[in-house]
Write a protein that binds this ligand. Structure first.
Ligand code: ADP
Ligand code: MG
Ligand code: MG
Length: 930
């Protein structure tokens, strides 16, 4: 009943109903909050009566009376929305105390110090939280009281000191607020309730909701609960615990407690808390005894509660408890936050323990968690000097010597140095440098916005947002920077290669001429050590030690379970042997996209490529192509060897030729020299190749239509490689030759005939029969419409969803970054369509093409090779659309395997989750008994 009772209230009721010792209380529902705002900040008229009745019930169960002068009931007032919301009101404890009831409390506890300390805390908390006074008013007075008594610690104050302190506190309230502190418990109660409802609309909460897409209409609940005291003596305590270790997932009870303390004391860090178990005490080398030793009976009871909670919620729980005079009370439970590593371990363990099924274990893991496990991370214990912050664009931590050009990165890495590439921004020319570097830092890429979780967020200036985040939240380190620019070139390429990337660190000033950068008074020269953290976006001076990714046993287990459930195959997009090997080790079932042009950017190859482009006639062009043939064949041989009989889809040359030719005068001069052609010809060719709109220009299959010899050379390279590898291994390579940017059957038919002719020649020369298929990319709307026709000739389809998205929307991906955030903010698009497939538009085209294609050619093989192939939501779509495989960057392969399994489970209507969690019958919002 979370929606009605809020998370905290629902779980308190749930715990009470399974027989756990929960202090009695009641919940004002989220509906009250909704009505409060609908009706101009007034309560429903029946509320007062219902609160009185519920309070009477709590009084009956506790045997106390609210506001009674001899046997008073004290309560806590706690806010609790549906989703946990740190922007909301803080809890008020010990409510119901006044000058009369405090005397009764003192008498009953036989402890004046305790009673007045509780009173003092209450006045302070209430004044802060409900009346909105500044805490320093009270801290000043507390300091003065300690000075007067000549003591250092709060607990050394005598009862009379505390009594006087309460008077001083109240006097301050009178002075600051112009009215006296409320003595009437009813007034206190309604004051606190009102404060919770009002806090739903405070700026902090509003911002938090906006960032997390929490609707305003949800409202918050208010929990009123009888107080129990962990601070009534040495047989009392308060603590927090996780039912399993939240950092490594081990099945150990993990928590802390403090003897003779209340509420937040444990997390406040004033006294050193004690461990729960002997094992933890020993492993942390603590000299304070554990709960297991101090209160063995309670420890046993708490261990039983731990088991009960896990059995009931079938997940790791984060709990709060209090021990009052040797009796245990449960004050909160919720699903515990955990690291990616722990999430995996816990899911596997719980499935092995039979608490959940394998499919539940799979469904419970967010595919993106896997991402975090595949990269080295900064050693959390290390000291670090953060000099700048950018966007966490590609996860993982990287350390290296700063370099400012791709060539320098390659040069130094060849000498065995680890380098970090620092650029204002990157372009396809920098690919080799990105590859050689440990990581990349860019300074351009849009203004940072701030987000607390990584979910899509409207653009809010970071500074404005930071000022609204409560300090405790900042301390917990939950704060993450995130922004537009996540799809910048450096970010996309770095993610694809698994290189950590911090993008758009706008404060960093790069001076290419002087080989240095500066930020906030710090200057960093080329060759100096720098560390970047692609998870936090931090740029850190010097070397921070990193810890290797832990591909523990549970990781392999989850992957193998995923493979059992999924029907989609997972391939990788890879050009280099390193990427192919990486992909294979992550379980890729083939290569779905080899972008041949990437091979021509590397090292000396660009020279041959440029010679080809600058050739004066066909003969010159053929001579250059012969050189390229050798290199291309070598590369593909490697890929076939690594993939060992798994299919390899090679795409023919795709980008417009002008991308290979530089445009500045000095660069053109050096190209002319390197290619051995007159500068004049380079200039002329550059002008000839210049296009108004290259994305829609002379590229893709259109190049091969004009220059069939390029297609011939590439086909020859692919098939000669297949023949060569086929001779030396038992597993025949499977070559899939893919034609890009096709929009008409005639284009495809023409190139297919070139390919077939070349293939026939190669097979004849080599005296072998080769396994090869010729298919097409589907990346233009016209190709989708004509899919039936294309399928007559094409043996397979591969959906190139990057271009298909660009052409369906008529939206250039390189230009979308500047205004897409406005679209998101105004709710026009929910998701960047280049990150997550636009299912309504682009998806419709894909569905149409799949249908038309398979009608023409039964069982036709189809896959997707755009960036979307690694996005979980898009993978779910591909599964529904009936594709055979998704292909993504190597580091996304494990993510895709898990996402594919989840898609299959969802699709099969896998209801195991609901079936095994016990049916929940509606309960009375009141909870208890003792
Ligand atoms: P938060 O959501 O910030 O955790 P809580 O409502 O859980 O706030 O309360 C803050 C602290 O007060 C916790 O340590 C909790 O255990 C304690 N607390 C809340 N209600 C009671 C109560 N009825 N008796 C004793 N301690 C309480
Ligand atoms: Mg709590
Ligand atoms: Mg394309």
């Amino acid at each position: 009943m979370k929606n009605l009772l809020g998370g905290k209230g629902a779980n308190l009721a749930e715990m009470a109903s399974i027989g756990l010792p929960v202090p009695p209380g009641f919940t004002l529902t989220t509906e009250v909050c909704a009505s409060f705002y609908e009706k101009n900040c007034t309560y429903p008229k029946e509320l007062a009566d219902q609160v009185a009745q519920s309070l009477a019930l709590v009084e009956a169960r506790t045997g106390r009376k609210f506001g009674d002068a001899s046997n008073p009931l004290l309560v806590s007032v706690r806010s609790g929305a549906r989703a946990s919301m740190p922007g909301m009101m803080d809890t008020v404890l010990n409510l119901g105390l006044n000058d009369q009831t405090v005397e009764a409390l003192a008498k009953q506890a036989n402890d004046r110090r305790f009673a007045f300390d509780s009173y003092r805390r209450f006045v302070q908390m209430y004044s802060d939280v409900v009346l909105g006074m500044e805490l320093h008013n009270f801290e000043k007075l507390l300091e003065r009281a300690k000075q007067r008594r000549g003591v250092k610690n709060d607990h050394e104050l005598l009862p009379e000191d505390l009594e006087r302190l309460v008077k001083d506190y109240k006097a301050t309230v009178q002075l600051e607020m112009g009215e006296s502190f409320p003595e009437d418990p009813q007034e206190q109660l309604w004051g606190a309730i009102g404060a919770v409802f009002n806090s739903w609309m405070n700026q902090r909460a509003k911002t938090y909701r906006q960032l997390h897409d929490i609707p305003e209409s949800w409202g918050t609940a208010v929990n009123v609960q009888a107080m129990v005291f962990g601070n009534m003596g040495n047989d009392c305590a308060t603590g927090v615990a996780f039912t399993r270790n939240p950092s490594n997932g081990a099945n150990d009870f993990y928590g802390e407690f403090l003897v003779n303390a209340q509420g937040e004391d444990v997390v406040a860090g004033i006294r050193t808390p004690q461990e729960l178990t002997i094992k933890a005490r020993k492993s942390h080398g603590s000299d304070l005894p554990s709960l297991e030793e101090v209160m063995p009976g309670i420890f046993k009871e708490l261990s039983t509660v731990r088991k009960q909670l896990e059995a009931h919620y079938t997940d790791m729980q984060d709990i709060e408890f209090t021990i009052q005079q040797g009796k245990l009370y449960m004050l909160q439970t919720r699903t515990g936050k955990r690291t990616a590593h722990a999430a995996l371990q816990i899911a596997v363990d719980m499935a092995n323990e039979g608490l959940i099924s394998k499919s539940q274990a799979l469904m419970r893991l967010k595919p993106d968690l896997i991402d975090q496990l595949l990269h080295p991370t900064l050693d959390p214990k290390a000291k670090k000097q953060v000099i700048a912050k950018g966007l966490p664009a590609s996860p993982g931590a990287a350390v290296g010597k700063v370099v400012f050009t791709a060539d320098e990165a390659v040069r130094r890495s060849k000498d065995g140095e680890k380098v970090l590439l620092v650029r204002i921004e990157t372009s396809p020319d920098d690919i080799h440098g990105l590859h050689a570097a440990e990581g990349v830092l860019t300074t351009r890429g849009g203004a940072p916005v701030c987000d607390l979780s990584g979910s899509p967020s409207p653009a809010i200036p970071a500074a404005a947002l930071l000022s609204m985040i409560p300090p405790t939240f900042k301390r917990q380190g939950v704060l993450r920077m995130r922004a537009r620019g996540m799809t910048s070139h450096a970010a996309v390429v770095a993610r694809g290669m698994g290189r950590p990337c911090v993008a758009g660190a706008g404060d960093v000033r790069v001076d290419y001429a002087a080989n240095k950068f500066s930020v906030g008074g710090v200057t960093v020269q080329e060759g100096q050590l720098l560390t970047i953290d692609g998870v936090s976006g931090e740029v850190i001076l010097g070397e921070v030690p990193t810890v290797a990714p832990q591909l523990s046993g549970s990781f392999g287990t989850i992957m193998s379970w995923a493979d059992d459930f999924r029907s989609l195959q997972v391939r990788a997009n890879a050009e280099t042997p390193a990427d192919a090997r990486q992909a294979k080790s992550f379980g890729a079932q083939g290569i779905g996209l080899v972008r041949t042009e990437h091979m021509f950017f590397e090292g000396g190859r660009i020279v041959a490529m440029r010679q080809m482009i600058l050739a004066a006639d066909e003969n010159d062009r053929k001579a250059a192509l012969d050189k390229l043939l050798v290199m291309q064949r070598e590369d593909i041989v490697e890929l076939f060897r690594i993939m060992d009989g798994l299919p390899v889809t090679v795409r023919l040359l795709d980008p417009p030729l002008h991308e290979f030719i530089p445009h500045s005068e000095s660069e053109m001069a050096s190209v002319a020299r390197a290619a051995g052609v007159p500068l004049e010809r380079v200039r002329r060719r550059a002008t000839e190749l210049k296009e108004a709109n290259p994305m829609l220009g002379h590229r893709g299959c259109r190049l091969a239509i004009t220059y069939p010899e390029i297609c011939e050379m590439q086909t020859r390279a692919i098939l000669e490689a297949a023949a060569e590898v086929g001779r030396s291994t038992s597993k025949q390579p499977v070559a899939e030759i893919m034609v890009p940017l096709v929009s008409t059957l005639e284009e495809f038919a023409l190139l297919k005939s070139v390919i077939e002719k070349t293939a026939a020649a190669v097979q004849k020369e080599q005296g072998v029969t080769l396994k090869y298929h010729v298919g097409t990319m589907i990346e233009l709307p016209r190709a989708c419409l004509q899919a039936g026709k294309l399928a007559e000739q094409a043996e397979f389809f591969s959906f190139g969803t990057n271009d298909l998205t660009q052409t369906t929307y008529g939206l250039s991906r390189d230009d979308a970054g500047s205004f897409l955030p406005d679209y998101k903010e105004k709710g026009i698009v929910e998701q960047d369509p280049f990150v997550s497939l636009d299912q309504a538009g682009v998806g419709e085209l894909i569905n149409m093409a799949v249908g038309r294609g398979r009608t023409a050619r039964q069982g036709m093989k189809m896959g997707i090779c755009g960036e979307h192939g690694g996005d979980p939501a898009s993978i779910e779509f591909c599964n529904k659309a009936g594709l055979d495989y998704v292909s993504c960057s190597p580091f996304r392969v494990p993510v895709a395997r898990l996402a594919a399994a989840q898609a299959a489970l969802k699709d099969k209507g896998e209801k195991a989750l609901q079936a095994s969690t016990k049916a929940t019958k509606p309960r009375n919002p009141a909870f208890g008994p003792w």
